[in-house]
Design a protein around this ligand. Structure first.
Ligand code: OSB
Ligand code: MG
Length: 399
């Protein structure tokens, strides 16, 4: 499809409750939305960068700036001659058995985005948003869902919930009890020095021995904390996520060598190469896949395939996405290697009103699960009246 224009929209969406991690406290999600206009129809995506550069070096203002100044002009120039793909460009759709390469080859316009933007170092979240918008437009034009393109093997995915650091232990237990009642199949607790063994022990008691529980430190610890972190073993956790700095694989290797709880990297995994390196070095035995952090859904397919071949389980992380990003994450989480529940929670865990039709947990046998969208592209519709109502800055049109 020929790319005609790129629109950037900035919105602010209040969270239903503050979300506190070791790196800060958020009360509103500031979202950068990308709409691409092509001669075969539009595509939408959201950028997962946060308001502040605390989780990652990327942040919303930086992502908008790099898209405006470098990425959008390059992408518009690269596809000026008509680009690749579009309706009918991929007569043979891949089956799941064909793997990541065939899936990627079936969406040539989206596959061309990464190479066209590779001249800019880093800025993976900004690049991922552009690729996802092109992918949405391309799949809509083909009449295919993300799930079918990615090679989904399930119609429902198991959902976990990421629980922030609470003001008191009592409030934490109330919040967790509420999520258990709603059906979530796994609880993830944010931890930091001073908020670890005690809250984790209390939540383990609440859940009982069979409840799935894991923790996420968002880089808050140092190598000297390894003896303390090894004490988490007594709580039977599924995994401990990113205790040390993004660049510090060595401390993760050292922790993994002395504790029984699997170590799982989030921030450190930037693409397939870093994933394979971290696995080989023993720094991670489970991988958190976040498409924004890895530069897009297509690189995520490559990471998933590499992990599947090594029998390393993966799960889908989250970045407090609206329904737009959530739709694509849920489709990804339906792939065979996603063996643990993801941070793919229902819309009402984050927002009183979602940007798209809301994601609601299933009932009966689908309690604690979300249905994988089956419509074309993301399979969800952006409510444009909300884009206007929630705008925090005028839209930017690039062509
Ligand atoms: O580390 O997984 C993380 C949210 C923002 C930034 C980083 C993280 C998170 C979460 C929330 O844990 C996951 C979600 O529910 O979207
Ligand atoms: Mg994390």
């Amino acid at each position: 499809a020929r790319l005609e224009a790129i629109e950037l929209h900035r919105i602010e969406v209040p969270l239903v409750r503050p979300f506190e991690t070791s790196f800060g406290r958020e009360t509103v999600r500031e979202v950068l939305l990308v709409r691409v206009r092509t001669d075969a129809g539009d595509g939408w995506a959201e950028c997962v960068a946060g308001r502040e550069p605390f989780y990652s070096s990327e942040y919303v203002d930086g992502a908008a700036a790099v898209i405006e100044r470098y990425l959008a002009p390059a992408l518009l120039a690269a596809t000026a001659g008509g680009g690749h793909g579009g309706p009918g460009a991929s007569p043979s759709h891949p089956s799941t058995a064909d793997g990541a390469a065939a899936a990627i080859a079936s969406v040539p316009a989206a596959a061309a985005v990464g190479p066209a933007l590779a001249f800019v170092a880093g800025h993976r979240m900004a690049k991922a948003a552009l690729e996802a918008a092109v992918l949405d437009a391309e799949l809509r034009a083909q009449g295919r869902s993300m799930a079918s393109c990615f090679g989904a093997v399930r119609d429902w995915v198991d959902c976990g919930v990421s629980v922030g650091i609470a003001p008191t232990l009592e409030e934490l237990l109330d919040e967790v009890a509420g999520y258990v009642e709603q059906g979530y199949r796994r609880i993830k607790l944010k931890i930091k020095p001073g908020w670890d063994l005690v809250p984790v022990g209390a939540v383990r008691e609440l859940l009982g021995p069979a409840g799935l529980l894991q923790v996420d430190a968002n880089t808050a610890y140092h190598q000297g904390d390894i003896p303390l972190l090894a004490e988490l073993d007594r709580f039977g956790l599924l995994l401990i996520e990113q205790p040390f700095a993004e660049e510090d694989l060595a401390s993760h290797v050292a922790l993994a060598a002395v504790c029984d709880t699997p170590v799982c990297l989030d921030e450190s995994i930037l693409d397939r190469t870093t994933a394979l390196d971290a696995i080989e070095r023993g720094a991670t035995s489970i991988v958190n896949i976040k498409p924004g952090r890895m530069g897009g859904y297509l690189e995520s397919l490559r990471v998933h395939e590499a992990c599947l071949a090594l029998e390393v389980p993966v799960w889908c992380g989250g970045m407090l996405e609206t329904g737009l990003g959530r739709a694509a994450n849920v489709a990804l989480a339906a792939l065979p290697g996603f063996l643990l529940p993801g941070d793919t929670s229902a819309s009402d865990r984050y927002y009183a009103e979602d940007l798209t039709e809301p994601f609601v947990l299933g009932t009966g046998e689908h309690r604690g699960q979300l249905a994988v969208p089956q419509g074309s592209g993301t399979g969800v519709e952006v409510r444009e009246e909300l884009v206007r109502a929630w705008a925090s800055a005028p839209p930017v049109l690039l062509r």
